[in-house]
Design a protein around this ligand. Structure first.
Ligand SMILES: Nc1ncnc2c1ncn2[C@@H]1O[C@H](COP(=O)(O)OP(=O)(O)OP(=O)(O)O)[C@@H](O)[C@H]1O
Length: 698
């Protein structure tokens, strides 16, 4: 079939790998050094990486600037100009002050003051002060407006991408997964700052040149001013932050102190520690570890502080002396020709040297800022990020006559390795699994912890693709189907019952069928709440037992209240009371209540009428026996037209009525059959687990 011309031909996987391998720089071995308790592992910045980062930054600046301009065509350019102007504050006020000093000195020397000129500079200085005052007020206000528009825009873009990306794609693209609108603004903002500093440096050099009698002298002094920053950047020890580094404590006593501090102060361990009388022991052990640690006199200061402290004494002294070279040259020249000596020039040289040094130092950070900007380049590559699980092309049939979904695995193995090179080193979690489930069957998966039950579910719902073998849906490779179509007919109750924080109870249930009209349908939501067993708990929460449970359904259980932390009191011992503001009054949900809520969401989903496959991964682990029985009975009543798979550790009613039981052990499917067949196997895994549970009730 001919390809539509808008579609690029998709390169083959081995071609892509070859290109990636050719482009990848050789891996660098981290170096190691010991700084006090810290063992620091670091990798020196490599020039080709730096060049790549800067190229990335430069290619990001253009589209980013265009987008920012489109979002805020007036305020954004004004804000940039104002920021540039703001950076010239120190330079221009310093320059005007020096001119005043110069004319006053000339007046003292000549016995005649140029009052007009002095007044001009005084007025200029006052005008500059007022203008910079106005900027100081305007810039943060403008930034507030500009940045929130920009952050919202990129958050929106990222949200759409992240919400849609599956787990595997997020795992393979951690940088994009961690990106936020705030990061993008911060990176761009620091580049504007860097450019502002560059403008200020140029202005400073130009202002300084007006002091010198000849171009030659001006050039010579400009070079001398640059000696100190050059020495600082290229010769002196740069902060650890210029490298990639990680520091871990290797001191056993210091590590033990940290662990004990955490154990002793953690709120969730308080009850256990106090009730079991462990606090004395913990305090004693802490004291002992602390004594041992202090005997060795090892520094715990921040690794960067210790690293800079290790710079040789001779380097520091020589670098500082080289920083004064412009003054030394001026004094020698003045001694040779005292008539050219001027106090205002001396002050200018001193100030100019220092300010140029600091401006250059800050400018050196521009490289880091550009690298940051290079890292946000992915915002323009979201569409190109390859989905880890490529979508299929076949629509899953939505005929209403269906009796459920047919599922099968053929020699399936799977490992959680994240990339091709890892694959060999990570043991598979599923090994050579084969089975078939015919449409409409009720299947129960059992097995010890870690045997691979949940992983099996993840493969059946295409959260991951198998490493080898095939997963079949209605006789066809699951990878052939469009993912959206498959997920539309699947209802999954995951192992961890989750609350959707910041949403009402009604929405937490309604989202099971995420069509807007369904989420707004309070009657259906109540019915789902009743089936899932959450209705009872919601009704208990009605104010004073009133009949109006509508309000209780609208209640937000785990409110998300964005806040900034500014109070000075310690979290564990509040004194100002401010920290308590906006703390949720709600007591939250117990594990069982949460599971009922998740089950209600599942019933909401089943009511959509589209579901052909229901998978429930340990839906009753936190339920009491009565709630468990009610849940299973309600679910089995909805069996018509659906294949049902339950993962469970509880044997009994469910396993007895299952068409198939799959029994897993160490990633293998070791037994398969009905309850009666499996119980007939003496010493069989299923029979052993069943009997172990049964004897507990004898
Ligand atoms: N995201 C993951 N990354 C790496 N390994 C994982 C991941 N999830 C699970 N595993 C590993 O896969 C193995 C099987 O885990 P799985 O959750 O499938 O077992 P399970 O039978 O469902 O266990 P349980 O009964 O405790 O829920 C375990 O060794 C687990 O540590």
């Amino acid at each position: 079939m001919e390809q539509p011309c808008s579609q690029k031909p998709v390169p083959k996987l081995d071609q892509l790998k070859a290109v990636e391998a050719a482009a990848a720089p050789p891996p660098l071995q981290p170096r190691t050094m010991q700084l006090g308790v810290w063992q620091v592992h670091y990798i020196e910045q490599r020039w080709h990486e730096l060049r790549q980062d800067i190229q990335n930054a430069l290619s990001t600046i253009k589209p980013l600037t265009r987008d920012l301009y489109t979002l805020s065509p007036i305020l954004f350019p004004l804000f940039c100009l104002a920021l540039f102007a703001w950076h010239t504050k120190t330079v221009l006020t310093w320059f005007v002050f020096n001119r005043i000093l110069f004319w006053v000195e000339a007046g003292i020397k000549d016995g005649k003051f140029e009052l007009g000129t002095i007044a001009f500079y005084l007025v200029l200085r006052a005008t500059l002060t007022a203008a910079y005052g106005a900027l100081q007020h305007w810039v943060p206000n403008a930034e507030d407006v500009v940045s929130s528009r920009i952050i919202d825009h990129f958050e929106d873009m990222l949200f759409k991408w992240k919400a849609k990306a599956d787990t595997r794609t997020l795992e393979k693209n951690p940088k994009v997964a961690a990106l936020s609108g705030g990061d993008i603004w911060t990176a761009y903002r620091s580049v504007i700052d860097g450019c502002g500093r560059f403008v200020a440096l140029v202005v400073q050099v130009l202002c300084a040149r007006t002091y010198f009698s000849s171009r030659r002298e001006a050039t010579l002094y400009t070079l001398l001013f640059l000696v100190k920053p050059a020495v600082d950047i290229f010769w002196r020890r740069a902060s650890l932050w210029r490298k990639s580094w990680v520091a871990v404590s290797t001191d056993a006593d210091y590590n033990r102190m940290s662990a004990l501090r955490r154990i002793g102060t953690r709120a969730c361990l308080k009850q256990e520690n106090i009730a079991n009388g462990r606090t004395e022991y913990l305090a004693r052990e802490y004291r002992a570890a602390s004594q041992r640690f202090h005997q060795n006199n090892v520094s715990v200061s921040h690794p960067d502080v210790q690293y800079l402290r290790k710079e040789p004494f001779s380097t520091i002294v020589l670098a500082e002396l080289l920083g004064e070279i412009h003054l030394v040259y001026f004094l020698i020249a003045a001694l040779r020709n005292p008539a050219r000596f001027s106090l205002s020039k001396l002050v200018m040289l001193e100030d100019n040297g220092e300010t140029i040094f600091y401006q250059c130092r800050l400018l050196a950070d521009l490289v880091d800022q550009l690298r940051e900007l290079g890292h946000v380049k992915q915002i323009y590559e979201l569409e190109e990020v390859r989905e880890a699980l490529p979508d299929g092309t076949v629509d899953y049939p939505t005929d209403s006559e269906s009796v459920g979904m047919g599922l099968a695995m053929r020699n399936v193995s799977f490992s959680y390795a994240r990339n091709e090179t890892e694959k060999t080193s990570v043991d598979p979690v599923l090994k050579d699994i084969s089975f078939s489930i015919t449409p409409g069957q009720l299947v129960v998966v059992v097995g010890a912890n870690g045997s691979g039950k949940s992983t099996l579910v993840k493969l059946l719902t295409r959260m991951y693709d198998c490493t080898s073998g095939t997963v079949l849906v209605d006789g066809r490779d699951v990878r052939d189907y469009k993912k959206d179509g498959l997920h539309e007919v699947t209802a999954l109750l995951p192992q961890d019952a989750n609350l959707y924080p910041g949403l009402s109870i009604a929405e937490n249930i309604g989202i099971g069928d995420p069509r807007p009209e369904a989420v707004a349908d309070r009657r259906r939501i109540r019915e789902a709440a009743r089936l899932g067993g959450v209705a009872e708990f919601v009704e208990q929460r009605c104010v004073g037992g009133e009949t109006d449970d509508g309000a209780a359904y609208e209640r937000i259980v785990d409110p998300i209240v964005p806040k900034h932390w500014g109070c000075k009191c310690d979290n564990s011992a509040p004194v100002c009371g401010l920290c308590k503001i906006y703390e949720p009054e709600d007591e939250g949900l117990s594990g069982g209540q949460l599971q009922r809520l998740a089950a209600s969401r599942l019933f909401m989903r089943l009511a959509s009428g589209k579901i052909k496959l229901l998978i429930a991964d340990e839906p009753s682990a936190a339920l009491d026996p009565e709630a468990e029985r009610n849940l299973f009975e309600s679910l089995i009543r909805q069996r018509e037209g659906k294949t049902m798979i339950f993962v469970t550790h509880r044997f009994g009613h469910l396993t007895k009525c299952a068409d198939w039981i799959l029994c897993m052990k160490d990633g293998r499917l070791i037994e398969m059959g009905t309850h009666e067949q499996l119980m007939g196997k003496q010493e069989g895994e299923y029979a052993t687990m069943y009997n172990t549970q049964a004897t507990a009730f004898d």
